[in-house]
Design a protein around this ligand. Sequence first.
Ligand code: G1P
Length: 293
Amino acid sequence: MKKVRKAVIPAAGMGTRFLPATKAMAKEMMPVVDTPSIQFVVEEAIKSGIEEILIVTGKGKNAIEDHFDANFELEANLRGKGKDSLLKIAESTTVPSIHYVRQAYPKGLGDAILQAAPFVGNEPFVVLLGDDIMPSPKPLTKQLMDIYESHGKGIVATIRIPKESSNRFGVIDLDEKLADNLYSINHFVEKPAPEEAPSNLGIIGRYLLTPEIFEILKNQNPDDGNEVQLTDALETLNQISPLIAYEHTGKRYDVGDKYGMLIANIEFGLEHKDTSEKMKTYMSDLAKKLKDE
Ligand code: G1P
């Protein structure tokens, strides 16, 4: 079995859910407290032992490349002023092992993943979607890599979702329980209406895939919105080469959504050393005020 060494991070979406903020700015650069959301997934990949990362970008996404590159002027300035701790922060996001490719047209997640075919070659690989942040002592990506080592199959990470949210997720039609939190899969359904959802297990943005996915994506027709859906390709792949669903029971922040982004900022702000104390006081005062209203 080949070792999982490569990660693909799609970051070409237009981020329309955050307009007007994303009119001139990559949504992946929107911060949770002081950290661009994409940095969380890059760090998760690195902590999981991934050696090479490909970010699939598009128009208006140059800030992502700049963020993970050295900033000589800023570093010289901070060094000159003796601001060592800030210098350390600036240097810490320089990641030379990231490669980039552009998706020319916004043709969906499946098409974005297809752009990674030459980078991935004939190896298993992981996909991390930047909209999902899952803080965990053992990174979720690493958990998927360990399951792959023991089961040798592609894996999708899932969580239990409220039925009424099914139209925001790829939903799994479960086959049988294989072990704790592991299931075989009958079908994948992309964003079903709640009454048509086959289960309450929704896909979250971590996948471990085998390279057969590329041939499938290449031949797959776009949906009615002219997008090539990754979930539809997984449905085909599952028939040839069965995948496993892993149920993640830890935290998930959906930073691709306004409400989820606000929650992430509050909760991370309550933990961050620069804001924790003030935030706690503010939050408890606010809670009292809201209760009295
Ligand atoms: C994508 C996938 C969907 C998955 C979701 C997880 O949707 O198409 O199957 O459940 O990511 O975040 P998006 O949120 O990009 O619309």
